[in-house]
Design a protein around this ligand. Structure first.
Ligand SMILES: Cc1cc2nc3c(=O)[nH]c(=O)nc-3n(C[C@H](O)[C@H](O)[C@H](O)COP(=O)(O)OP(=O)(O)OC[C@H]3O[C@@H](n4cnc5c(N)ncnc54)[C@H](O)[C@@H]3O)c2cc1C
Length: 386
């Protein structure tokens, strides 16, 4: 008799957990996925509006081997696209101007001498600490405030003074604990570690291609607009964020123009919080994945926290930062309420029976791990670099 596995949530965590369980226990299980909303994909949602492609959630993922293998298994290789080489250039908005992140800029921040000294700084004896405190100990305030603070906001949408180094950047924590420093750890593991190498990836028709194809190919029943009430199962796996975890809300404002409005090329920019700006950053989506554009389109995505008038806030910021005065031809506003779980200091002690991570690669790697170890208790956490 087949065991009945009930999965809660048809986001990427739930769908990939079902995929790996079916792969491993094919003839022994029957899987049902229960999804509260009327669609699959969770935060992964691609919108086509008046000929413009907008991502409401993630716009891409780093090419992690586990995710790429899943893409191949789903026959999506031909749909996979890579960021344009021009998108290698990233910027920070500082002192009222765009600053490209280049080797000379990093040298001016004192990166070389910081890294030289870093080798000799003893590891912490604390179990965990904030990302800010880790980098203040191991580097310096200038580097932490200029690079690490906006990087943390870009990945986790949260405050680097509260988020845990151990849970958000487990590799850095391990390198310090096992090898004595970041530099030593990096050198010691350079041949063995699993890396997400290469430019950001997406799909020709946008990120939603992945959950849609998973749902099509899964030998599982997916019940949309449903609740688990009354369903009898041998095991239930929650692929929902734990209810007691703090979460942040992000607003994305997608702006589409039928003309080239950007004066620079690149990925976009993030803003260190000491700049006290109204937005967190902007991705230049038409530059990152030009293959998704129709002719002459510019697609920008302004990321901000909650705002009374997100469109006005976004437009004012674009005028101040990039000199864009023209109004967009099309716009798409999405408030991702309580979207990103915050792994704060001490998070590693939290017990959670289920699958939930932050970032597409982490969700998929975590799902594979849960399926390969059976379906016991698993801690929520980041299992790989995003
Ligand atoms: C604006 C934004 C930008 C992002 N950018 C990136 C990026 O560029 N790269 C990246 O890797 N990651 C990015 N992320 C993070 C990434 O999208 C998430 O980590 C990932 O999609 C989480 O997937 P999940 O399946 O764990 O959760 P979710 O996507 O939240 O899915 C959970 C599902 O469960 C359903 N559900 C909720 N409650 C119940 C219930 N009681 N019963 C049944 N179903 C329920 C929900 O409707 C949802 O479909 C971004 C996130 C946001 C919001």
């Amino acid at each position: 008799m087949k065991k009945h596995i009930l999965i809660l949530g048809a986001g990427i965590s739930g769908l990939s957990t079902a995929w790996y369980l079916n792969k491993r226990f094919k003839d022994e299980i029957k899987v049902t996925i229960v999804e509260k909303s009327n669609r699959v994909g969770g935060w992964i949602q691609t919108i086509n509006k008046d000929g413009f492609l907008f991502e409401r959630g993630p716009r891409g993922f780093r090419p992690h081997p586990t995710t790429l293998a899943l893409v191949r298994e789903l026959g999506l290789d031909k749909e996979l696209i890579y960021a344009d080489p021009a998108a290698k250039r990233r910027y920070l908005y500082m002192n009222q101007k765009l600053q490209p992140i280049t080797p000379p800029f990093l040298l001016r921040l004192g990166l070389l001498s910081v890294l030289w000294r870093e080798r000799k700084i003893p590891p912490s004896t604390e179990e965990d600490e904030s990302i800010e405190s880790f980098f203040l100990r191991r580097t310096n305030r200038r580097l932490a405030e200029t690079l690490i603070d906006p990087l943390t906001t870009g990945i986790f949408g949260g405050d680097y003074r509260k988020l845990s180094i151990r849970s958000c950047f487990p590799t850095l924590h391990e390198w310090e604990q096992q090898h004595g420093s970041i530099i030593r750890g990096m050198l010691a593991t350079r041949k063995t570690r699993t890396k997400s190498k290469g430019p950001l990836c997406s799909f020709r028709e946008g990120m939603e291609t992945l959950p849609k194809r998973l749902a099509e190919r899964l030998p599982a029943e997916i019940k949309l607009a449903s609740s688990p009430e009354g369903i009898e199962a041998d095991h239930t796996i929650s692929c929902l964020p734990p209810p007691d975890l703090p979460r942040v809300t992000l607003t994305t404002v997608g702006l589409g123009y039928r003309s080239p409005v950007l004066k620079k090329r690149g990925f976009g920019y993030l803003i260190p919080s000491k700049e006290k700006e109204t937005i967190l950053g902007v991705t230049w989506d038409s530059e990152i994945f030009p293959i998704q554009n129709q002719e002459n389109q510019t697609r920008l995505c302004v990321i901000l926290r909650e705002s009374e008038d997100p469109l006005q806030t976004a437009q004012e910021a674009l005028e101040r930062h990039l000199g864009i005065t023209a109004g967009p031809d099309v716009c798409e506003i999405n408030v991702a309420k309580n979207a990103i779980p915050q792994l704060t200091v001490g998070h590693h002690k939290r017990e959670y029976e289920g699958v939930c991570s932050v970032g597409i690669n982490n969700c998929i790697v975590h799902a594979e791990k849960v399926a390969s170890t059976g379906f016991g208790a698993h801690k929520l956490g980041i299992t790989s670099a995003i």
